[in-house]
Each structure stands twice: as C-alpha cells, then as structure tokens.
Design a protein around this ligand. Structure first.
Ligand code: FES
Length: 401
C-alpha cells in the first residue's frame, strides 16, 4: 500500500452514513458484510452529529442515510435535523419497514429532502419471498405516504435473475405509484450477493430483454418517469468506475464508526480501517493510509497502468478485484483486458447453463452462523478474513433471526 500523502485537493462530496446494519428484511442480494454487526457498538447520536459536522467542513454536500434499515435508529430525526442545519442535501434509503405517517411527518419537519423506497418486485408473493418478510403491502402504503408528503417519489429495485423478466410489470407499478424516478439497480456481487451469485446471476438474454423493455418505457413515459437502468459490469466487458475512484468523492461511515472509501472495503486485507471515534474526518480523508491506498494511479499494475481508459474507470473496483482474484491491486476482472476476465465469463456461462438454480441464502443470523462455520460453501476470501471475530458478532447481531 502507498504511505500517507500530504493534503489532497479531493473532497468527500458524498457521505454515506450507514446508521445500522440491522434490518428487518433478509434480502439475498444485500451487499452488507456477512457479519451482521453488533448493535451495542453502533455510534452514539453525538458521534454522528460530530461526523456530519466534520465532513461538511471538508466539503461534503450529499448525505445518504442507509443501513441495514436506518429507520431502526430512533435518533434518525435528530440526525436529519442537524444535517439540514449544516446544509446537506439528505437522502433516506429505506425498505419502508418502520415508516408510518407520524414518522414521515417528523422527518419532513426535521428537513429530510429525499426518500428512496426499495421494492423487491411488483408482486407481493415474489417481493415477500425475496425480502424474507411480508413487506409488500406496507411498502406500497409508504410509497403513497412519500407522495402525500411532497417528496420526490423514488423507487429502487435491485434486479437479478428472479425479477428481470418482470421489468414491464415493475415499470407499470412505478407508473401506478406515480413515481418520479425508478432506479433499476442490477445486483452488485459483494457480501450476501456474492454468497448468492449462482442464485442471482441472470442470463445475457434476460438482461437484453429487460433492457429493451426499459428503453421502450423510457421512450414512451420518459416525461413522467425517469428510468435508470445500467447493464451490469459482469456483462459489459468494461469495469465500472467504482465510487468514481478510490478516495476521490465518496466517504462511507459504517455503524461502528469505521470510515471506508467504499461500503465493501472492510473486506480488503491490509487496511487499518480508521474509526471516527479515534480520528477526525479530516485526518481520515487526507492522511489515513486506507484512503490513500488506491488513490490516484500509482498503485496500478499492468494492464491498468498502461491503459488509455485508466482515468475513466480508475481500474474498476478494488473490492471486486480482491474478492475474485485474491489481489486488491489486480485489474478488476470485469474488464476484458484483465488476465483473469475468465472468472467473470465462467460465472456468466455457468448461470446460463444452470438447469436448477440453488435456493437463496437469506441474510439472517442463522445463515451468518452457517457461513462462518463453513456449513455453506463460499469460495471467496472475504469470509476467511472475517472469521476471527465471528461468533461474538453473530450472537449480538441485530439482523433477522
Ligand atoms: Fe469497494 Fe468497489 S466496492 S472499490
């Protein structure tokens, strides 16, 4: 890793506050860590207020509240009010579970700008099966409340093998709910999603059909509904410019105060994982070895180092490179120039050839324990690096049972 550098002109414009990893849902595509998180180690309200203040002084402007389910934090309204006072544009990323009219009114009063409600599918049975919880009816009520309280209506649907063929119905649902935006977020394979990759990975044909429907709806309804659909990196031959480059604009703070250049970076080996309890945001951003580890281009190896696209894709995703190749400095294997691109091609080919798709491993305490005990096979390095602290965390975790 590169050593600390002197002050960088880069600013953490985008702050993601992961308020808790606890969640009432059990989605198999969750990109959260395999350990569910220890609620007793979550940052206190006063810590979050200090983090918001320090990051704002450093130039942060966009603030996302996520999790887990951020509505589980009873102090959410206090944190939102402080964010408003500091001048952030705030976005709540929620499943809707835990929202009611009193809460949405209180959040409005506190100054929340934006709410994004996630759905798993357009049908209750599929939605609830994927979420591991009966939540569809409530989500629909919350979507109506979001509209009634004058927020921009933003839906998020994570797309994969089990809902891509329902693209038309999902977009019809968005239109019926009078959504202003819908983000059709193709699954990214980190955390639980990587455990469930064989369950989730679609075929190329499914993606092509879904993309055609999305383009059709964009042409017909684009003035009413903004539709975001991006073909996933597994099928592009080009890596995504993950986080817009390591340590360039994005700062994530995990529930226990660990500061990360991306939400998945805690899986990478050799990082010291600075904590906001011990360091200022300014030190973390400018001076910490972690935020400098893959900043700029000096860490790059070939083929990235000599590639004309390196300042567009920033070498792709460091976490994906590590998870799939064991080397965090490697070219992201989603890139067709990567010597290990075959690991992506093999996974896509295997998904296409599957006659029998495995059952999902839902994100809950039981399955976290099974993963950590190796009762569920997981041929990627992240679990191995996390087994050191496994048992205590699985016991005190705040996820579903
Ligand atoms: Fe960590 Fe892409 S998710 S760099």
């Amino acid at each position: 890793m590169n050593g600390p550098k002197s002050e960088s002109p880069l600013r953490p414009l985008w702050l993601l506050a992961e308020l808790t990893y606890s969640c009432p849902l059990q989605c198999p595509y969750c990109s959260n860590p395999l350990l569910l998180g220890d609620r007793s180690r979550e940052l206190a309200t006063s810590d979050w207020l200090r983090v918001l203040d320090e990051a704002r002084r450093l130039g942060a402007a966009q603030l996302g509240f996520s999790g887990g389910e951020p509505l589980l934090r009873k102090d959410l309204e206090v944190i939102v009010a402080e964010a408003r006072r500091l001048g952030y544009y705030t976005n709540l990323l929620t499943s809707g579970v835990g929202m009611d009219e009193a809460r949405i009114a209180a959040l409005k009063e506190a100054g929340l700008d934006h709410i994004q409600v996630s759905f798993q599918a357009d049908r209750a049975d599929l939605n609830d099966r994927l979420a591991g919880s009966d939540s569809f009816a409530h989500k629909t009520e919350v979507a109506h409340l979001v509209k009634a309280y004058g927020y921009p209506m933003v839906l998020n649907v994570v797309m994969h093998r089990h809902n891509l063929d329902r693209m038309r119905e999902i977009l019809d649902m968005a239109l019926a709910l009078e959504a202003d935006y819908i983000e059709l977020a193709n699954t990214q394979y980190y955390g639980w999603a990587l455990v469930n990759r064989d369950y989730l990975l679609p075929t190329r044909e499914q993606l092509a059909r879904a993309e055609a429907v999305a383009h059709d709806y964009q042409a017909r309804f684009g003035d009413r509904l903004k539709i975001y659909f991006v073909v996933p990196d597994y099928f592009e031959g080009r890596p995504k410019p993950c986080m817009n480059g390591w340590g360039r604009v994005f700062l994530s703070v995990a529930p226990d105060g660990t500061a990360l250049p991306c939400h998945a970076a805690a899986d990478l080996p050799g990082l010291e994982l600075p904590n906001v309890r011990d360091h200022s945001i300014e030190w973390i951003w400018h001076q910490s070895p972690d935020f400098n580890a893959f900043r700029g281009e000096s860490w790059m190896q070939e083929p990235c180092a000599g590639c004309d696209n390196r300042s567009d894709c920033f070498g792709g995703c460091r976490c994906q490179a590590y998870l799939l190749t064991g080397d965090a400095r490697a070219t992201d294997p989603a890139c067709s120039k990567s010597p290990q691109h075959h690991v992506i091609l093999d996974a896509v080919q295997q998904a296409a050839a599957q006659s029998c798709v495995p059952d999902p491993v839902l994100r809950n305490k039981r399955n976290a324990r099974r993963l950590l005990n190796r009762e569920i096979p997981f041929p990627f390095p992240a679990v191995r690096s996390r087994t050191r602290t496994a048992d205590a965390v699985a016991d005190r975790a705040g996820g579903a049972d």
